[in-house]
Design a binder for this molecule. Structure first.
Ligand code: ADP
Ligand code: MG
Length: 399
């Protein structure tokens, strides 16, 4: 689960991290009132969307010459003007895709006089089974370019969670950032605070870009992105309450109600599979046969009729879907039960696109018989390769 910048900053502030003052706003009036509470004379008005690259983004409605979603204002009047420009409009950044995201919230924050911008992020590094802190002296809006052309300017420090954060980790972070004197001390302290926050809140990613050295000699977090391990959210109702569903894909929200793991993709073959590994393999083999999956969908172990029906409905809501491939292994759930679910669901949703079904596992023959005797134009497949070839061919034939 992702949250907004202002929410992440409020959470980090509780761990002692240095954050410039700021106030969220949903309307132009609130933005003005927020600015009045800040010391000024410099303010920054920031679009709050679940995507980065806002500074270099463009508003669809404002034309190519307009500025992006992070604006430096020199007066309250400018805060008001920028808030008017941003609210309700659609910001397109390298991370939003072409559709962009509508800006419904702003964050009005203190303008900081910046001496230098740094980069610092934390993530769970599955390769080493440790937490990693990734730091660079080259922070700011071009970090992707730095990673691409000068990767040696990025340092990774790993921390064994069994050992926990030790002072030498803090020193390594401060050293990699080439900081000396008091700033070096601040960086060590910050690294420890971030580690504590990351673990305590079950984060899976925390990115600070930029972390800045202010003209006053303070290390401050100017931008941060934070995401949480969804499997641990039950332990953090306060964090779960920060979820902003308007930032999420409606089909993905609907899927989560039925405990279906669904992620929309750009292709035209809808997939309904049980098990994430099998779902990945199914997507791969569709690509191998020359088409593209319209989604990732894992219906999970207990795929009953209700879940299968919900899954069909979610897949079919996507206007790009020209055919569906069902690939289910009947282990816990027997194939005949799944077949009954598929038949009932297909009738229920008035299925109008080709459907190829591959079943394997317990009671597979009974399952296949149910599909064959259903009177529905379901194409049965024998194995994964056969299933992929058949659905690709069916979709081409229908086109
Ligand atoms: P994004 O990463 O989405 O583009 P940022 O919050 O990182 O958004 O803002 C982009 C740039 O704007 C930063 O790299 C920084 O140079 C500048 N900036 C952001 N917040 C402030 C602030 N409070 N004071 C001064 N400059 C800021
Ligand atoms: Mg940033």
């Amino acid at each position: 689960m992702n949250i907004h910048e202002y929410q992440a900053k409020e959470l980090l502030a509780k761990y002692g991290v240095g954050i410039p003052a700021g106030i969220p706003a949903l309307t132009v009036e609130e933005a003005v009132a927020a600015a009045k509470q800040l010391p000024g004379p410099l303010y920054v008005v920031k679009a709050q969307i679940h995507a980065g690259g806002r500074g270099k983004g463009k508003f669809k409605e404002l034309g190519p010459d307009a500025k992006g979603g992070v604006r430096l204002a020199k007066s309250i009047e400018e805060v008001e003007a920028f808030a008017k420009e941003m609210l309700g409009n659609t910001l397109v950044t390298i991370q939003t895709g072409e559709a962009g995201k509508q800006v419904n919230r702003l964050y009005v924050t203190d303008g900081v006089d910046i001496d230098k911008e740094y980069y610092l992020s934390m993530l769970v590094d599955r390769a080493t089974g440790r937490l990693a802190m990734v730091v660079s002296t080259e922070g700011g809006m071009d970090i992707e370019e730095v990673a691409h052309s000068t990767p040696e300017k990025i340092t990774t420090i790993t921390i064994d969670p069994a050992e926990g954060f030790k002072p030498h980790h803090g020193r390594a972070v401060a050293f990699a950032l080439k900081l000396t004197g008091d700033l070096n001390k601040q960086a060590q302290k910050l690294a420890g605070q971030l580690y504590e926050a990351f673990v305590a809140m079950d984060c899976d990613m925390l990115e600070i870009n930029p972390l800045v050295e202010s003209k006053g000699g303070e290390l401050l977090v100017l931008d941060t992105k934070m995401s949480f391990d969804s499997n641990a959210l039950f332990r953090h109702p306060d964090i779960f309450a920060l979820r902003d569903e308007t930032e999420e894909d409606p089909a993905e929200i609907e899927a989560s109600k039925y405990d279906l793991a669904y992620i929309k993709l750009d292709g035209d073959i809808g997939c309904m599979v049980n098990g994430a590994g099998l779902a990945m393999a199914t997507m791969d083999i569709i690509k191998l046969n020359g088409s593209f999956p319209a989604n990732f969908l894992d219906v999970g172990g207990g795929a009953n009729k209700e879940k299968v029906t919900a899954a069909f409905k979610i897949i079919l809501k996507d206007p790009n879907v020209k055919g569906i491939l069902v690939n289910i292994f009947g282990g816990i759930m027997k194939c005949d039960v799944i077949a009954e679910g598929i038949v009932a669901a297909a009738k229920d949703v008035n299925l109008s696109v080709p459907l190829v079904v591959r079943l394997e596992g317990t009671n597979v023959q009974q399952g296949k018989d149910i599909l064959a005797n259903s009177g529905l134009p379901i194409v049965a497949a024998n194995d994964l390769g056969d299933a992929a070839q058949k659905i690709v061919a069916e979709v081409k034939k229908a086109a």
